[in-house]
Design a protein around this ligand. Sequence first.
Ligand code: FAD
Length: 431
Amino acid sequence: MVKQEVSFFWFRRDLRLEDNVGLFQALKSKYPVIPLFIFDDSILDSLPKNDARVGFIHESLSKINQQLQETGSSVLVKKGKTIDVWQSLIQEFDAKEVFFNKDYEPYAIQRDTIICEILEANNTISYSFKDQVIFEEKEIIKADGLPYTVYTPFKNKWLEKYKSMAPVPEYDATDMFSNFHKNSFTFPTLEQIGFEESPIKVKPHNLKFIANYHDIRDFPALDKTSYLSPHLRFGTVSVRKLVNWAFHKNDVFLSELIWREFFMQILFSFPKVVTQNFKSAYDGIQWRNNDDDFKRWCSGTTGYPMVDAGMRQLNETGYMHNRVRMVVASFLCKHLLIQWQWGEAYFAQKLLDYELSANVGNWQWAAGTGCDAAPYFRVFNPEIQQKKFDEKGSYIRKWIPEFDLGYGKPMVEHAMARDRAIATYKAGILK
Ligand code: FAD
């Protein structure tokens, strides 16, 4: 049987039809374009069956599928090891071209290199594009050609480059939707992928408060941040549209989006940060790594209301306010002397917006081991943080209903823990 000549657009962390660079380029192909998504067993096998992120991916794909059905097309959804799926796709179709957007995480880079080799051996041309960032890889570098490791000069260079081209182009492919392959692939249910609904859901993003963002973002009870993070993680919003819009609205908000790119660039240039300290001088710190202490931190029963409220918010909703993330991370590393990798792994399991670069970058920032990190002798006092950022205790009461009934004692006394942390760091940092 003659195989059909087609191109593929491979969706990964760019789950939208709007302003999607790789998709825009794919639809210019002279072959009909099959939109494809692969549920990758190498990732899924390590997740609980009710992982809310898988549910969100499924829901986002389902929306794309409905939009595509209006054009007579549909998403081809596969599940398996990525390599096996591609091997069988090139048996089934005469795949002329494959288009996808770049993913800069170490696992993804390795996976894509292998897939591109398989495609090349089949005479299929693959094309990859920058889509999830404004500036990627080596676009923002120092005059000496090395990557920035300090945020402020990175941000200044980023802004200088962005201003020279603002607004960055957006890619509307609506006129080319007729180039999608005409088909009606069966869209699997979540159960057919081996998962089930989670009570935890991704919230829609919200940008109404943007003008006051800098004044209100640090107060968790106000709950006034954008909730964009899972949407940026899975690409249900376009970063170009967002930055072009935010550029004239609020500098502090824009700076947060630049932090996102800073940590992505650090991960790309220094992949060792996934597991190792960015500053190797900190490798000699003698962590206590006590299992029982870690369990109390995870369950939100440390006796410090701000820490406990944050951990309970995380456990119940898959989200935690940024200010509180900083407090709980500092508490784990400094008060309990548990190495950042433990906390990073726990966040990775629980966060709907889990993003390797931001998680590792922020955890190393809190631990003092990262680039441009908080100095090791800065130990957040969870009680003062609470007074400053949740003065009336509204955030705490929301997540700790028993708070007013007489809350338990702190598991570790602050002044002792602070001195112990500073002494331990001092003794462990290699000169
Ligand atoms: P907003 O305040 O509305 O910010 C808008 C966007 O800017 C965010 O969606 C995010 O993309 C970006 N941003 C904001 N702050 C940061 C930051 N410090 N670093 C990088 N990007 C930032 N963010 C993640 O997306 N994934 C993670 O896994 C993650 N882990 C974290 C771990 C720790 C210990 C800490 C302290 C922070 C972590 N953050 C992480 C950063 C930040 O807490 C979240 O991005 C933010 O709380 C998400 O809520 P929002 O979208 O409402 O934020």
